[in-house]
Each structure stands twice: as C-alpha cells, then as structure tokens.
Write a protein that binds this ligand. Sequence first.
Ligand SMILES: *Cc1c(COP(=O)(O)O)cnc(C)c1O
Length: 354
Amino acid sequence: MSDSAINLYSDTQTRPSPAMRQAMAEAPVGDEQRGEDPSVNRLCEMTADLLGKEAAVFMPSGTMCNQIAIHIHCRPGEEIIAHKTAHILNFEGGGTAAFSGAQVQGLDGAHGQYSLEDARAAIRPKDRYSPQTRMIAVEQTSNLGGGSIWPLERIQGLGDLAARHDLAYHMDGARLLNAVVASGVPAKVYAAPFDSLWLDLSKGLGCPVGAVLAGSAAFIDEAWRLKQRTGGAMRQAGIIAAAGVFALEHNVQRLAEDHANARRFAEGLRNLPGITLDVDAVETNIVFFDIAGTGLDADAFCSRLQQRGVILGGDGTSIRAVTHLDVDAAGIDRALDIIRTLVTEAAAEPAATG
Ligand SMILES: *Cc1c(COP(=O)(O)O)cnc(C)c1O
C-alpha cells in the first residue's frame, strides 16, 4: 500500500509522527518487568491519573487488556453480558472461552449498545441450571456500532446494576478518549463506576504499539501476575511507552479533528448515488455506509477504490471508514471525489458488475 493513499481502513493504520519518533528515541528506559523503566512508569501514572484509578499496567495490546481483565473477574462456566457486536465476543480468537472458560451473552440493541433494561433481564437466576453472571462489559466507543458513545447515564445505571448484583464491571475503552473529546465528559467520570478499563494507544492516539489497563491496586497486582505468566512482561519497553506519553500529551484534543473529518465524509457521502447512511449516527471517528444501490459489493467497491488510492474495508454491502491523524480534510475531500467518480461509473455500467 502506498504512503500517498488515503487510508480510511482503520485508525490502527496511523504511523508514528516524526515528533513521536523523536520522543521514543530519547526516552529514558530500564527493565519494565522490574518496575525500573521510567517511561513505562510515567505512562502508567498518567493513565491511572487520567482515569481516576489507583494503578495501571502497560500491555502489548488491547486484546491482552480485555483477556487479562476477564481472567481476573471470571471463573470457568461464568457469563459476561456484552453487546453481540463486542470485540471480546467477535475478534479475540475465542480468548474468553479459551483462557477463562467463560461465555459471553451477546445482547441486541442499536449502534452497538444494549439497554439497561435488557442488561437487567439478562442477569441469570441463581439456580443450578444457569451459567452464573459474573461481569458486565461496555465498549466505549462501540466499534461495530459506528463509533457510538454510550451515554453517561446508561454507563452509571449499568454500574449500579453491577454493584447491586455483585458483578464485575469492565470497559473496553479502546476509543474511550474519542468519547471524551466528542462529549466533553471527563475520562474519570466515564471511568468511575468501572472495576477495570483500558485505553488503546495504537488507534486514534497514533502510537505504534500498546494499551494501558487501569483499576484498583489489587486488580493491577493480579494483572501484572497474568502479564508475566502469559509472556507480556517486557524489558526496555520505555521506547514504546514514550510514544504513549507523547500521545497523551499531544494527540488527545486533536481527536476532535478526526470527528469533524468523519462528519465531513458522511455529509459528502450522503449525496452520492447508490450510497445510504445515517449521518446523525456519526458521533466520533467511524462512518458506516451501505453501497447496495451502487450495484457493487464491498469487495469490488474496495478493490476498485484501492486502485485509485482510497483504502476502505467492508463486508457484504456495508463499508466502514475510520478517520485518524494521518488523514486531513483535504484527504477526505479527495476520497469523496474518487468515490463519486467510481459510483457514477458504476451506475452507467450494465448490471451484474462486481
Ligand atoms: C482494536 C480494539 C480492540 C483490541 O485492541 P488491540 O490493541 O488491537 O489488541 C479491542 N476492542 C476494541 C473496541 C477495539 O477497537
């Protein structure tokens, strides 16, 4: 893939900027698994502070944060309540079942979110037939829900529900900071009801690697044991943690630009023949749209666009675009021009293209 392409495939596609690389090159380092890496320690303190939790631990990936949190909270045979589109249910290689023997009850609901009522109804009775409910999981923002923001009221209501039923409450906060910047609700306020939550550094924050898991001191002690056990403990990890420190200092407020660009993209797509989407559903940096009316399927649409320098992903007739710090407003306008040309050509072709 060429560097000049407009890459809207995912916010994981960001490359570290020259300034971030400089911060990485100059990072003070030590042995992180002995607690002696100053850059890792700084990143963990900054994240714990940002999220209002006692402690945090640096992890190689967000998936590892989810799986370690699940392993701490759940025993085999127990059940997690999540939305049916959740990352923990669909994109972690069955890790929840494989590592923890737990199962996920995937709930319905628009925009990747279930309701408080549905969560209440999903809690299993305490009888010998039912798997026992152990955890409630929220994905802020919802990835397959189109970057939708869980309203604070529902997050707090679910927290009360979890507390009343003695359930663990976990946030997959891969894009929590997108929600923070878009809504103006401080990260700490979203984080308060959760026993565990994490941020991904390698998405919109623009780092090459890493995620940070936060919680109580006792929870993070246990997370450290599992990080060590599963081979996630590192050595001079300050080289990559320094990118995270840089990102928390420089790349958070600018997420607003990504949201404006997603909106710009959605507004532009709205008027193109054969494309349908709900512009009002675009709350952060993810845009889903449907191309059924173009006569193309996702494979044809994406491969033709890729040849013209726009990279998108999709499935069936649904396409996902994600904005991030390597795509600016001019790039969005160019992508729209290229898509307009493609769908206009497709409309002029005889049927059964693809
Ligand atoms: C990307 C993502 C993850 C996994 O994070 P990695 O760092 O890629 O392992 C988990 N949850 C959500 C919602 C994500 O978008």
